[in-house]
Design a protein around this ligand. Structure first.
Ligand SMILES: NC(=O)C1=CN([C@@H]2O[C@H](COP(=O)(O)OP(=O)(O)OC[C@H]3O[C@@H](n4cnc5c(N)ncnc54)[C@H](OP(=O)(O)O)[C@@H]3O)[C@@H](O)[C@H]2O)C=CC1
Ligand SMILES: O=C(O)C1=N[C@H](C(=O)O)C[C@H](O)C1
Length: 275
């Protein structure tokens, strides 16, 4: 629907932030797929990857794609842009993907309300699939969390605990926020209404019905999330453990393909996975 002529058969994918942890994983997953073509690779202006062959920069065989910092020219070639970078970069890419009528798959977390408004504006022109976690397991856990929260009610205190690698820059994680939102929805409320500020010092007793978050940072932890429902005398713990970033990249590629026949609008992984 988005491009015509010779581009129609296999969607052309542009990956952003290709030198990053997720960027490199996305390049591997996209390049291994026979359903899409990798047509462009973007990095931040000033990166020493700019101008190099992407495959060689990743320490492997040449891929015949030069890493570029020209987002306008590169995104113009795309049917889908897969983007796990930083909030500022993602907001800029959203506008360019919308101009190119390309599907924008956003994995970037730590987006502010203002960023989300700009992304919403871009989604008036092209499909945007955004999720704080693109894995099948976490998106299933989101649905389970909603159901358990609805079933257990306010006598059960909800706490979300997450652990990530030492390089992660945002907290709570995007996944933790998705899980907190699901718990709040299960109780017929919004997370904004129930969220407890980060605890330190004399916090006072826990407020009934509130949802708390704790973040651990260390080592090379890919991503671990517990949703704890704690009552008097018992606890229910829902857990997801990620040990390979390929789960996120596979979900993002699935979203890019899924989005090819969708109209403008904001979608999430529950839409993509039919959950
Ligand atoms: N939704 C999901 O399933 C998942 C989401 N994430 C999220 O994805 C994001 C990236 O994570 P991760 O890969 O670990 O982080 P990295 O820091 O390893 O990678 C981010 C990359 O984006 C690059 N970048 C920054 N600005 C630009 C720009 N303007 N143009 C092009 N590239 C740019 C960075 O370059 P430089 O380092 O030079 O600044 C870096 O190479 C985070 O927000 C993370 O939370 C991660 C995993 C799964
Ligand atoms: O930064 C990461 O690494 C991850 N970020 C996402 C998040 O913020 O939840 C997803 C995953 O947990 C890895």
């Amino acid at each position: 629907m988005w491009k015509t002529g010779q581009d129609v058969e296999k969607p052309g994918i542009v990956v952003t932030g290709v030198s990053g942890r997720m960027g490199q994983m996305l390049v591997k997953v996209v390049n291994a797929s026979d359903q899409v073509r990798l047509v462009g690779a973007l990095e931040r202006p000033g990166s020493d990857w700019i101008g190099r062959d992407l495959g060689e920069a990743m320490g492997g065989a040449p891929l015949g794609i030069q890493v570029s910092d020209d987002a306008v020219e590169t995104i113009a070639k795309a049917q889908a842009v897969i983007d796990f970078t930083s909030p500022a970069a993602t907001v800029a890419f959203a506008e360019l993907a919308a101009q190119a009528r390309a599907v924008h798959v956003i994995g970037t977390t730590g987006l502010t309300e203002d960023d989300l408004l700009k992304i919403r504006a871009a989604a008036r022109h092209a499909p945007i699939v955004r999720a704080g976690n693109m894995s099948l397991g976490v998106n299933l856990l989101v649905g389970l969390t909603r159901r358990v929260a609805a079933a257990l009610g306010e006598d059960w205190d909800v706490e979300v605990v997450e652990a990530h690698h030492r390089m992660k820059v945002d907290a709570p994680s995007g996944t933790a926020l998705m899980l907190g939102e699901a718990a709040a929805e299960g109780r017929g409320q919004t997370l904004d209404a129930l969220r407890t500020p980060a605890r330190e010092g004399i916090t006072g007793a826990r407020e009934r019905g509130s949802i708390g978050f704790s973040a651990i940072r260390g080592g090379d932890v890919v991503g671990e999330h517990d949703v704890i429902f704690a009552a008097d005398g018992e606890r229910v713990v829902l857990r997801h453990l990620a040990s390979d970033r390929a789960i996120f990249a596979r979900g993002a590629l699935r979203a890019a393909i899924w989005g090819q026949d969708k109209g403008p609008g904001e979608y999430d992984m529950a839409d993509v996975l039919g959950l």
